[in-house]
Design a binder for this molecule. Structure first.
Ligand code: IMP
Length: 176
């Protein structure tokens, strides 16, 4: 059995589809360090949660990285979503020539041997909002002609950054 430290039950449900072991969601609110690196944030979170819980745990951290802005908002994605809103992020990007962006997710797994990280990336471009589904930046992130908000959960999971990071973690667990 593996513990996934997240306050998001939807994420925990999604993760169980990728991992070859039984999952338990743990609602421990670990302090998020400030860093421009998703890896550093995830590693610090996994380390803190492992020390608190005393059993192997994993956490995830994700963000939207816009090429024209050198990866902004990246690790600050939820703060920027809250303060600017996704429409303004789209409008700012529309003024640039390059509209490419990617979502990145890092899964960090901590046990007595240390910490392992797994990355998932999905490339796309920033477009005016379309679609009703998903959350966060999904309506302005287009991947292969459709925004993430126009995909159903299964389709999005099959290509998403989080899905890819969890799949890599699942492969690693299976190999061990
Ligand atoms: P978290 O680390 O997964 O909680 O993600 C941090 C922030 O990144 C979220 O609040 C969203 O703004 C954004 N984000 C992460 N993953 C996604 C996604 O799959 N779709 C849309 N926005 C996302």
């Amino acid at each position: 059995m593996l513990r996934f430290v997240t306050s998001n039950a939807g994420k925990a449900r999604e993760a169980s589809e990728y991992l070859p072991v039984e999952l338990r969601q743990v609602e421990y609110d670990y302090p998020e360090i400030q860093s421009s690196s998703l890896e550093e944030i995830a590693i610090a979170g996994a380390q803190d949660a492992y020390e608190e819980i005393g059993e192997p745990v994993f956490v995830d951290d994700a963000g939207l990285f816009i090429d024209a802005f050198e990866g902004f908002p990246g690790p600050y994605s939820s703060y920027v979503e809250e303060k600017l809103g996704i429409e303004r992020v789209q409008q700012l990007t529309a003024r640039e020539e390059d509209h490419r962006a990617r979502f990145r997710a890092i899964v960090a797994y901590a046990n007595s041997e240390g910490i392992e990280t797994f990355e998932g990336v999905v490339r796309g471009r920033i477009v005016p909002p379309r679609g009703e589904g998903g959350f966060g930046y999904d309506p302005i992130f287009e991947h292969r002609e459709r925004t993430f908000a126009e995909m159903d959960t299964e389709e999005k999971n099959a290509v998403s950054h989080r899905g890819r990071a969890l799949a890599a973690f699942g492969d690693w667990l299976t190999e061990r």
